[in-house]
Design a protein around this ligand. Structure first.
Ligand code: SF4
Ligand code: SF4
Length: 360
């Protein structure tokens, strides 16, 4: 194949793209040769390379779900002050990469005035709250993760723009029990409280082997209804995770009357000190009270304030609880310890902690 023919081919759209194509020129020039970084203020980092080059990183909290117009505004600001270079962090912060110190202040002004985004989220602050895809892309949501982020961030804003906690605090909200938001210091998840309701007529159009296979505890089995193939759920085995609902919409698990929210704490992915850790249930049975979820906001603030008061410098939330003990945690926060805090689900294979994402 000639070079001309190769050039004519469309670029590959599968696999990881070459990230170096999108790096800021200073990042590329000093790749692997960065000496240190220092904090200029909350939300602004100064990275210094061995060559003496300096790159400023300005971090702003984005609403995550954005219109094309907002994204264009972000790009215009990046074109003006950052040679067009920016990046999004895994928690949907937008980071502007600035090569000239004189551009930092005007950039911050533009971000705050034109976009209305706060600058912060670095170090011992609350980073932008991560939420799962929700109703925009997913067919499972039992609540509005994006809405609860907005309501929560309104309450926790001061901890995004100032670093006043023992260490960084990552919060996530998920709109079903599957919790595709992953681990976080504080996570808000939906909990269902009964097995899915099977609509025999609708189930007829689902792919039964796939639905049976997706259940993590083998609670679904084939049956017949009115002489036609259908599915049934063994209620004693079902742990109400809702995975089958994603595979077959006629296995409806969501219930506006009984679904609740729970708060899990102590998860982290970092390898620092004690390594990655799983979240554990802290608060059970909060109402799914849209549009502001005030009960959830109060509970999260209680946890944040207790951690602020009791955590030692650099101690992550889970490490603080581990040091003082769970008994003391429940005493300090006043949350009730219930039977649901005990992992006694006998149908789990060993324990559901074997999966990083399903822990009910
Ligand atoms: S948390 Fe559940 S409902 Fe929400 S986006 Fe993830 S899988 Fe879908
Ligand atoms: S809700 Fe989860 S545990 Fe229950 S039947 Fe569906 S997939 Fe299985």
């Amino acid at each position: 194949m000639s070079v001309q023919e190769v050039k004519k081919k469309a670029p590959r759209d599968n696999g990881a793209p070459d990230h170096k194509l999108n790096l800021h020129p200073l990042m590329l020039k000093n790749y692997g040769k960065w000496k240190y970084y220092e904090k200029v203020r909350t939300g602004v980092l100064k990275r210094v390379a061995e060559s003496g080059d300096v790159l400023y990183v300005v971090r702003a909290g984005s609403p995550r779900t954005m219109s094309v117009n907002v994204i264009r505004k972000i790009c215009d600001i990046a074109d003006k002050y950052c040679q067009g270079f920016l990046r999004f962090t895994s928690r949907a912060n937008v980071e502007f990469l600035v090569g000239n110190e004189k551009d930092v202040k005007p950039l911050i002004k533009a971000v705050e005035k034109e976009l209305g985004f706060p600058v912060g989220g670095t170090g011992a602050s609350i980073s932008n709250i991560l939420h799962t895809q929700g109703w925009l892309h997913c067919n499972l949501p039992g609540t509005d993760a994006a809405g609860s982020v907005k309501a929560l961030m309104d309450e926790l804003y001061k901890d995004f723009v100032k670093e006043k906690l023992p260490n960084r605090l990552k919060i996530s909200t998920s709109c079903c029990s599957i919790n595709c938001g992953g681990q976080a210091d504080i996570a808000i998840n939906v909990q269902h409280h009964h097995p899915p309701r099977v609509d025999d007529k609708g189930v007829g159009v689902c792919e039964h082997p796939k639905v049976v296979a997706i259940c993590p505890v083998a609670a679904i089995r084939p049956t017949t209804a009115d002489g036609r193939p259908s599915l049934e759920v063994v209620p004693e085995k079902c742990m109400y995770c809702g995975a089958c609902h994603g595979q077959c919409p006629s296995m409806e698990i969501r219930d506006a009357k009984t679904d609740t929210l729970s708060i899990w704490i102590g998860g982290k992915a970092a390898s620092t000190r004690k390594g990655p850790s799983f979240m554990k249930l802290a608060v059970w049975g909060l109402p799914n009270n849209a549009p502001r979820w005030p009960e959830v906001g109060e509970a999260v603030k209680t946890i944040v304030e207790a951690y602020r008061k009791g955590g030692k410098p650099y101690e992550r939330l889970g490490e603080w609880v581990e040091r003082i003990g769970w008994k003391r945690f429940f005493e300090i926060t006043g949350f009730p310890f219930t039977k649901y805090h005990i992992d006694d689900f006998k149908n789990a294979r060993a324990t559901l902690n074997t999966s990083t994402h399903v822990r009910l």
